[in-house]
Design a protein around this ligand. Structure first.
Ligand code: ZN
Ligand code: ZN
Ligand code: ZN
Length: 145
């Protein structure tokens, strides 16, 4: 006499009349009932779609203003800006970032004067983001010590 070994759905524990094999990528052991299998398939498709949209967005939209970018005008941010490296910027945002960056490296953050060849980096404890001219560096150094 053949006795059927009872099998249960891994997710809801329902006795399985019809068993469905879960997809490998779901990381589920055993078998599923049709309801759970359907539910998982739907969730998986939604998740996959979301992932695709995220990638699509990164590839086609500006990271800063979310505008769609003409593929020929896509710009990668400079590494100095410390942004994510798989994103793109539109021309406008790129130029704005570039301007802010150039300002930051070429002008004193304290008085706005253009800095010459020699740069003065603020001491870490001053918590100043940018560079200083000689005069401001000295003044802050005196004030802080
Ligand atoms: Zn189930
Ligand atoms: Zn933009
Ligand atoms: Zn200055």
């Amino acid at each position: 006499m053949l006795i059927r070994k009872p099998q249960f759905c891994t997710l809801c524990n329902k006795d399985l009349k019809f068993k469905y094999k879960p997809d490998k990528s779901w990381n589920i052991a055993g078998y599923l009932c049709s309801d759970c299998h359907m539910k998982m398939t739907r969730e998986f498709v939604i998740k996959q779609k979301e992932e695709e949209e995220k990638i699509n967005k990164k590839q086609n939209q500006c990271f800063i203003c979310n505008d769609f970018i003409d593929p020929e005008k896509k710009k990668k941010p400079r590494w100095q800006w410390a942004m994510e490296n798989d994103i793109y910027l539109c021309e406008k945002c790129y130029n704005q970032k570039e301007l802010a960056y150039q300002t930051k490296i070429n002008f004193c953050v304290n008085c706005g004067k253009k800095i010459g060849f020699i740069r003065y980096n603020p001491k870490p404890k001053w918590k100043i983001d940018g560079q200083l001219c000689r005069k401001c560096w000295d003044a802050i150094n005196v004030a802080q010590s």
